[in-house]
Design a protein around this ligand. Structure first.
Ligand SMILES: Nc1ncnc2c1ncn2[C@@H]1O[C@H](COP(=O)(O)OP(=O)(O)OP(=O)(O)O)[C@@H](O)[C@H]1O
Ligand SMILES: [Mg+2]
Length: 269
C-alpha cells in the first residue's frame, strides 16, 4: 500500500486531472485504488461522476466527526473508490485548526482503510493550508504536476522547501516521487526551454512521460468521467496509462513490494 499526494501550490496545473486519471488508469490495471478529494472545489468528486450521499457524508463530515470514513467512501463507475468532498470542507478545515494533532488527522483516518487498497491518491487544493499539510503528513510520496511555463520552476522550488521543512518539523518520511509535465505543447519554445531546465535541476525526478495538452482531457470532467471512459483512444488516455505504468515501475524499483493482482482475482474488498 502506498499513499500519494498530488500537490502543487500553483493553481490550475493539472493536479485534479492527474489524480482522477491516474486513479482510473491504475484501476484499469486491476489495482485497488482510493481517490481522496481534499479540495473544497470538489473537482475530483464531480469529475468522477459522484454525487455526495448526504446520509453517508463526505470527507467534510468525516473530518467534523459526523460520519465514519468507511460510510463516506463510495464506489465510482470507473473501478476506483472515492472519499468525496463537498463545500463544507472549508468549515471542516477551520474546525481542524484548534485540534490536537491537527496535522495527523487524515493519516489517522486513512489508517483505518489503507489495508484494502494498493494505492491511495490524494488530490490537494492549490494552497498550503492545514488540509494540504494533512495530505503531506499522510502520504509516503508526492507527485508534482508542473505546467512548463515561466513561473513553474520558482513555484517548484517553494514547494520543495515546504516539504523539506515538514520533514524536519513533523518528522515525516515523505519522498518526492516525481515531477509530471502537464499540458505539454512541444511546439512551444518556452515549454521546451522550461522542460529542459526542469530536467537539469531535477534529473532523477522528472517523469519521462509527458501529458500533452489535449482537448478531450479538458472535456471529460464535465461529463463526470475519467478520460479512459470518455475517450479511451485519445492522446490524453494513452498518456495517463503510460504515466501510471511509469509510476508503478518507479515505485517498484525503489522500495515498493506490492504484488499486482492476478487475472480473475475479485475486484475490491
Ligand atoms: N493535459 C491537459 N490538456 C488540456 N486541458 C487540461 C489538461 N490538464 C488539465 N486540463 C484542464 O486545465 C484546467 C486545470 O486543470 P486541473 O483542474 O486538473 O488543475 P488543478 O491543478 O487541479 O487546479 P486547482 O489548482 O484549481 O485545483 C481544467 O479545466 C482541466 O480540464
Ligand atoms: Mg484541482
Amino acid at each position: 500500500m502506498a499513499i500519494f499526494a498530488v500537490t502543487n501550490q500553483k493553481g490550475g496545473v493539472g493536479k485534479t486531472t492527474t489524480a482522477v486519471n491516474l486513479s482510473a488508469a491504475l484501476s484499469a490495471m486491476r489495482y485497488h485504488v482510493l481517490l481522496v478529494d481534499l479540495d473544497p472545489q470538489c473537482n475530483a468528486t464531480v469529475g468522477s461522476g459522484v454525487i455526495v450521499d448526504k446520509a453517508a457524508g463526505s470527507l467534510s463530515e468525516v473530518l467534523l466527526g459526523q460520519a465514519s470514513i468507511q460510510s463516506a467512501i463510495q464506489s465510482t463507475n470507473y473501478g476506483y473508490h472515492i472519499l468525496p468532498s463537498n463545500h463544507r470542507l472549508t468549515a471542516a478545515e477551520v474546525g481542524l485548526v484548534g485540534k490536537k494533532d491537527k496535522e495527523k488527522h487524515l493519516k489517522n483516518l486513512l489508517a483505518k482503510v489503507k489495508k484494502i487498497y494498493h494505492y491511495i491518491i490524494i488530490d490537494c487544493p492549490p494552497t498550503l493550508n492545514i488540509l494540504t499539510i494533512n495530505a503531506l503528513v499522510a502520504a509516503n510520496e508526492v507527485i508534482i504536476p508542473v505546467q512548463c511555463e515561466y513561473y513553474a520552476l520558482e513555484g517548484l522550488a517553494k514547494l520543495l522547501k515546504t516539504i523539506d521543512a515538514l520533514r524536519q518539523t513533523l518528522r515525516v518520511g515523505l519522498e518526492i516521487h516525481g515531477v509530471l509535465r502537464t499540458m505539454y505543447d512541444g511546439r512551444n519554445l518556452l515549454t521546451r526551454q522550461v522542460s529542459e531546465r526542469l530536467m537539469q535541476s531535477f534529473p532523477d525526478k522528472v517523469y519521462q512521460t509527458v501529458i500533452p495538452r489535449n482537448i478531450r482531457l479538458a472535456e471529460a470532467p464535465s461529463h463526470g468521467m475519467p478520460i479512459l471512459s470518455y475517450d479511451k483512444r485519445s492522446q490524453g488516455a494513452a498518456s495517463y496509462l503510460a504515466f501510471a505504468a511509469e509510476m508503478i515501475r518507479r515505485s517498484r524499483s525503489s522500495q515498493d513490494k506490492m504484488i499486482p493482482m492476478i487475472e480473475g482475482e475479485e475486484k475490491h474488498a
